[in-house]
Design a protein around this ligand. Structure first.
Ligand SMILES: [Zn+2]
Length: 279
C-alpha cells in the first residue's frame, strides 16, 4: 500500500498526458467500489470526501476504512479532503491520515482567499500533505452565458494566487458546475490552456459529472491533471439499489442488494478511469 499526496499523482499523470480521477465516496459501499477497482486495474486514483460526508459517517472513519480496504495492495492512491472549509478541519483530516487537503476560499474576496489558503499551506506542506486551492467560480450556473465570463478564473489572478499561497494544485472555474447540468455545459478549454501555460501548478477540474468523454479529454489535453467525479457515482449507487430491489424483491439482507449497487458504481468508475488515463 502506498498512500501519497495528490500533487505527486498529478505530476506523474501530467507527464504522461493523463489526469488522475478523483472519486467522492459517501459510505462503505462506495469505498468498496473504489478500492476494488483500484485493485483490479492497478491504477492510482484519489479518494475524497467533502465535509458533509465526514459529518455523516464520522471524521475519523473514512481514512481508516480506506486503509483497511487497501491493505496488502501496492497501488498508489491519495485520500483528499474535498472543499475543506477551515484550517482546523484540514488539520484534523491530516491527523487522521489524509495525504492531501483542499481549502475552498473561492467565494471569499481574493485577499481573504489568499490569507486563509496560506494558513493551510503553511500548516500542511511541511507535513508532506499537498494543498488544493480554488480560484474562480464552479457554479450551480447552467445556461445564461451573460455572467459566464465573470465566473472564469482569470489568468493574472491565478499567477498571483499561486505565488501568494504556495498551493500545490489549483481548482479553476472554466464553466463547469457541481451537480446536474440543465443545459449543454460550455467549457472554456482555451482558458485552461492559458492558465496551464502561465503557471506550473497542476490544475483541477471540478463538476465533471455530465461532461462528455470528448470534453474531458480536451480538458486533459489543455492541462487538467485531476478530475473530480461525485454526482454520477451517487446516481449509479442509487440506481444500483433500485435495481437490486427489483432483482431480489424478497431479499432483506442489505449485503445482497448493496452488491448490485457497488457493481453499478464500479461501472462508472472504470469508464472514468479509462477517460482520464487513456486505458
Ligand atoms: Zn467541487
Amino acid at each position: 500500500m502506498a498512500r501519497v499526496n495528490c500533487y505527486e499523482l498529478m505530476k506523474k499523470a501530467s507527464e504522461k498526458g493523463c489526469a488522475v480521477p478523483a472519486f467522492n465516496i459517501d459510505n462503505l459501499e462506495s469505498a468498496i467500489a473504489v478500492c476494488e477497482v483500484m485493485r483490479e486495474l492497478n491504477t492510482p486514483v484519489i479518494v475524497q470526501t467533502i465535509p458533509r460526508t465526514l459529518n455523516y459517517g464520522g471524521r475519523s472513519v473514512y481514512s481508516a476504512m480506506i486503509s483497511a480496504l487497501m491493505s496488502g495492495c501496492d497501488t498508489d492512491y491519495a485520500i483528499h479532503l474535498d472543499h475543506g472549509s477551515s484550517a482546523e478541519l484540514a488539520l484534523e483530516c491530516i491527523n487522521n491520515g489524509y495525504s492531501s487537503v483542499m481549502f475552498d476560499g473561492s467565494s471569499l474576496p481574493f485577499d481573504e482567499n489568499v490569507r486563509l489558503t496560506r494558513e493551510v499551506t503553511e500548516m500542511a506542506l511541511p507535513k508532506g500533505v499537498s494543498v488544493e486551492g480554488e480560484l474562480g467560480t464552479i457554479g450551480g450556473r447552467e445556461e445564461g452565458d451573460s455572467d459566464l465570463e465573470a465566473s472564469y478564473t482569470k489568468v493574472s489572478e491565478a499567477v498571483d494566487f499561486v505565488a501568494a499561497t504556495n498551493v500545490s494544485t489549483l481548482a479553476i472555474g472554466v464553466g463547469t458546475a457541481h451537480g446536474i447540468y440543465k443545459g449543454v455545459p460550455k467549457i472554456n478549454i482555451e482558458r485552461i490552456r492559458e492558465i496551464h501555460a502561465a503557471i506550473e501548478t497542476p490544475l483541477v477540474l471540478h463538476g465533471a459529472s455530465g461532461l462528455s468523454d470528448e470534453v474531458l479529454r480536451a480538458c486533459i489535453r489543455a492541462g487538467i491533471s485531476k478530475i473530480n467525479f461525485a454526482t454520477e457515482l451517487r446516481q449509479a449507487y442509487t440506481e444500483g439499489i433500485k435495481k437490486g430491489f427489483e432483482l431480489f424483491p424478497k431479499e432483506f439482507d442489505p449485503k445482497i442488494y448493496m452488491r448490485t449497487a457497488i457493481d453499478s458504481i464500479k461501472e462508472v468508475l472504470v469508464s472514468k478511469i479509462r477517460v482520464c488515463t487513456g486505458l
